[in-house]
Design a protein around this ligand. Structure first.
Ligand code: TRP
Length: 326
């Protein structure tokens, strides 16, 4: 079985794009692979946070992941900061990546722009991400298109380390879902749905009240030519609705288009499908949120399972570098 690793930052509420583009894959991968899923709270600190904010978001995100079907009995679900090994391995990798390579990261350029405090952590972020991945002898990393460059640099670091110090790490590969799986903003369908975008009407939060969800979908922008056709470049709004309906029901968006003549029924069905999808997740989330001790137990068990995997990898790295044994 292939080892799968992915990470998600505890920064604010997840939206429908996260669910359909990423989390549904995470859930399905559990049937076929050995999965390790990590709430990367240390990465969230690269942008300054208020005291307590990251911890609270970490718990809520864990509950939302479990509510969605990430099953702590069938995968390893844990919090990054619970394992000091990530930082230790991160340092060893930081010393095997250059300033120039890190300077070329598009995400760093984007996130450091227009910010008066740019942390050193934001710059070295990809080395910690590489440690997350490499630390678990990972074969496959399901991520969005925006993370392609970070997986490339992870591969470069692993290969460089292996050639300097001898075979130590598995070189991972990215698994990036096809662009059809991308959920776009309902008001600005040329942009990806995003929690950071200043577009509450265009973004469906996973915990949005279902009446609100319905309203947002009914008010989604379409176009004036009144033809239902799957054509993301010419008809981004309509195609986005078809993609959402397809992803929510497991159908092909282009085939779905043939079933509709008008936008009204397409919106009604899309709203119903999204509400059917979200309703049990929200119910389960509220149950989990009412019992924080259960979440603590889940994360403690997850950390113990993760430790067993990362410890020998870290040992291998220390040994191959030739650090004196502790
Ligand atoms: N950088 C990723 C993001 O912003 C989060 C992340 C951290 C991650 N470590 C990871 C993703 C390891 C995949 C694997 O989405």
């Amino acid at each position: 079985m292939a080892r799968v690793f992915s990470g998600i930052q505890p920064t604010g509420e997840l939206h429908l794009g996260n669910l359909l583009g990423a989390l549904q894959n995470w859930v399905q991968f559990q049937d076929r692979h050995q999965c390790v899923y990590c709430v990367v709270d240390l990465h969230a600190l690269t942008i300054p946070k208020e005291p307590g904010e990251v911890g609270a978001n970490t718990v809520a995100l864990t509950q939302l992941l479990v509510a969605t079907g990430v099953d702590p009995d069938r995968c390893t679900l844990f919090v990054q900061s619970h394992l000091h090994q990530h930082n230790e391995l991160g340092w060893l990798l930081e010393c095997n990546v250059s300033y120039g390579e890190l300077s070329r990261m598009v995400q760093f350029k984007d996130k450091s722009e227009q910010r008066d405090f740019v942390s050193a952590g934001l710059f070295t972020y990809p080395a910690l991400q590489a440690a997350d991945i490499i630390g678990y002898d990972t074969d496959l990393v399901p991520v969005g298109e925006d993370q392609r460059q970070h997986i490339e640099i992870t591969r470069d670091i692993a290969e460089r380390f292996n050639s300097r110090y001898g075979q130590t790490f598995v070189v991972p590969e990215a698994f990036i879902p096809p662009t059809g799986a991308r959920v776009m903003d309902l008001q600005h369908p040329e942009n990806k749905m995003s929690k950071s975008a200043d577009s509450p009407q265009g973004t469906i939060g996973m915990l949005d009240d279902l009446k609100t969800v319905e309203k947002k979908i009914k008010r989604a922008v379409t176009d004036n030519d009144a033809e239902v056709r799957y054509d993301p470049s010419a008809k981004p709004g309509v195609s986005n609705l078809l993609s959402i309906l397809g992803a929510a029901t497991g159908a092909d968006p282009a085939a779905l288009a043939d079933r509709y003549e008008q936008y009204g029924p397409l919106k009604t069905d899309t709203a119903a499908a999204v509400c059917d999808l979200l309703s049990p997740i929200q119910a389960r989330y509220h149950e989990l949120a009412a019992d924080p001790a259960a979440t603590t137990d889940i994360l403690r068990l997850g950390a113990a399972k993760a430790r067993v995997v990362i410890d020998p990898v870290l040992d291998r790295a220390r040994t191959n570098i030739g650090l004196t044994p502790a």
